[in-house]
Design a protein around this ligand. Structure first.
Ligand SMILES: [Zn+2]
Length: 556
């Protein structure tokens, strides 16, 4: 406690000392602290320790501007500050967040009217409101996200503050009226998913702008997004998250074990619903004879391509659920969705996402269903033996031959130290690089098609890998790319030291061979172990929702 006080006093002193020398920052971007007291943290998350506290009005040099966190310099201290705690020079107005206050003990729910998400806020708690739809707010408090009824909150207004507008999306095909009543003239139709600007809300109608048109729409037919300031509408995320709507939803996000069969069923249904936007292909056949689906999202002829591999580690099968949900989310927003100022439709005409949603289907099946998933009796006995006699395969990570696929690529493979030197549930790298069917299929496809970037989805840790020996300008480029994913997910970067001990993965091989950037996303939460529990799905989804969309925007 004493340390913190001293640091804050020191910071205040330094701030006063530095104020007259503002011009020192003239050539670079600067900003001013708005919060009464803000922390500069060692990492881009509220969980990272504060390096120093700075009072309101402190001038900071902005080394790198981010979405949620800016990387700043204050005297000799460098670190991260929440974007909402400061205003950048030249910014019209800071992003305003909308808060409501709980009128009684309130609980966040997994969906409107649904069961509790496991978080209860005492009366008087200030809760950040993300969006509003049909009497329910999507809300955040600390690490928890969920839905809260508008009747449980006070102290908020759906009308934007003076000089601001909120972004909204049409939840259905709706009518723009000349006045705030159904008897007014119908001016025009607005398509499902269309982006609107909300200028004011009164009663059951919202006064909106849609392109050049002005008029009124029914409040219950739109979703309003908060934390948007004037002039920044285009920068915001105008998208409809159908994940929240049970009706018509295809990818099941409520089951603990998202199976191979569920994935194949969802692929079929998505293809039927979006025949033009989704191409279903196959990477090949697994060791045990299962087809490994390959999804092409976007224009198959696009000049730029992003590779996405998922669930190469068996027990990390929640990655398949997260990525399949992203596929549905992107398809639902294909026509009208806007993110980072770009229309998804335009982006996906220039870039195609190549997604392998379950790279190790035999391993996932073994992990979820045990030996019942294995046809061959002799192989069942063999697997039981290498599982040390146990029939519990829920912690199985390898493929069906007991080889860790993500230690089986030709990238410092020989030097890689592993915990097992023969087939095992995890930690055996195989007899030689690409000894396994599944790793070989990936490598051959990547080498023959050529990609601008690879993304590998893994689970546990809430961290991002990005480095495998890059130097100079390539290192700078890939670091900045990785930092964008930090901004997006709130996950932290894994140090170069730690990356060195973790070689022979697909990402490592691709970085080394093709000199392209590669990101491994490790789902959180930080304290979890695989398989991750379905109760954590919502908060993981919130962090990952835009990962593939952002990757597409990078090249589209
Ligand atoms: Zn993994």
């Amino acid at each position: 406690m004493r340390m913190i006080k001293t640091t804050a006093a020191f910071a205040l002193m330094l701030a006063l000392l530095l104020t007259p020398f503002k011009t020192a920052f003239a050539s670079e971007l600067g900003g001013t602290v708005l919060a009464q007291r803000a922390s500069i943290r060692t990492g881009p998350s509220a969980l990272d320790p504060a390096a120093i506290e700075v009072p309101k009005g402190t001038r900071l040099a902005v080394v790198r501007k981010g979405t949620s966190w800016h990387f700043v310099r204050f005297g000799a201290v460098k670190g991260y500050i929440s974007a909402s705690d400061m205003r950048l020079d030249g910014e019209i107005a800071p992003l305003k967040k909308l808060y409501g206050t709980a009128v009684r003990q309130a609980s966040l729910r997994i969906k409107p009217n649904g069961r509790s998400a496991g978080y209860h806020a005492p009366a008087g708690t200030r809760i950040e409101l993300v969006h509003y739809e049909r009497g329910w707010f999507r809300a955040k408090h600390e690490e928890a996200v969920g839905y809260i009824s508008a009747s449980e909150l006070t102290g908020y207004s759906l009308s934007p503050p003076a000089g601001h507008k909120y972004a909204a999306a049409a939840l259905k095909k709706l009518i723009l009226y000349s006045g705030p009543g159904e008897r007014s003239t119908a001016l025009r139709n607005i398509p499902l998913g269309a982006g609107l600007d909300v200028l004011d809300v009164s009663g059951k109608f919202a006064n909106v702008a849609y392109g050049d048109a002005r008029g009124f729409v029914k409040l219950d037919e739109i979703r309003i997004f908060f934390a948007v300031s004037a002039g920044e509408i285009d920068e915001t995320r105008v998208s409809v998250d159908y994940a929240d709507h049970a009706k018509g939803k295809i990818v099941n996000t409520g089951v603990q074990n998202y199976t191979y069969a569920m994935m194949n069923d969802a692929i079929k249904k998505l293809k039927r619903r979006f025949p033009k936007y989704l191409t279903v292909s196959s990477l090949g056949t697994s060791t045990a004879g299962r087809d490994i689906p390959l999804l092409l999202l976007g224009n198959p002829e696009a000049p730029r391509r992003v590779w996405v591999d998922v669930s190469m580690h068996a027990r990390e099968h929640m990655c398949t659920q997260i990525v399949m949900n992203q596929v549905e989310f992107l398809l639902n927003n294909y026509d009208m969705g806007v993110f980072e100022g770009k229309r998804l439709r335009d982006t996906l005409s220039n870039v195609c996402l190549y997604i392998v949603p379950m790279g190790n289907p035999d391993g996932v099946e073994l992990c979820q269903r045990g030996l019942a998933s294995v046809k061959d009796r002799a192989h069942r006995e063999y697997l039981r033996k290498i599982n040390l006699g146990s029939d519990d395969f829920s912690r199985w990570k390898a493929n069906i031959r007991g080889v860790d696929l993500v230690s089986n690529f030709d990238a410092k493979w020989a030097e890689k130290e592993t915990v097992a030197d023969s087939p095992a549930p995890y930690g055996y790298k195989g007899t030689h690089p690409l000894s396994e069917v599944e790793s070989r299929l990936c490598a051959e496809f990547i080498a023959s098609v050529g990609f601008d970037m690879t993304i590998s989805y893994h689970a546990v840790g809430g961290e991002l890998y990005w480095w495998f020996g890059q130097e100079g300008s390539r290192q700078d480029r890939d670091f900045l790319i990785a930092m964008d994913f930090v901004d997006l997910t709130g996950y932290s970067l894994i140090s170069k030291e730690r990356s060195l001990t973790d070689s022979a993965g697909l990402k490592d091989w691709a970085i080394q061979t093709f000199h392209t950037p590669g990101i491994t996303v490790e789902l959180g939460p930080v304290t979890s172990i695989a398989p991750i529990q379905i109760g954590d799905f919502l908060q993981i989804w919130e962090r990952n929702k835009f990962v593939l969309w952002h990757a597409a925007n990078m090249f589209g």
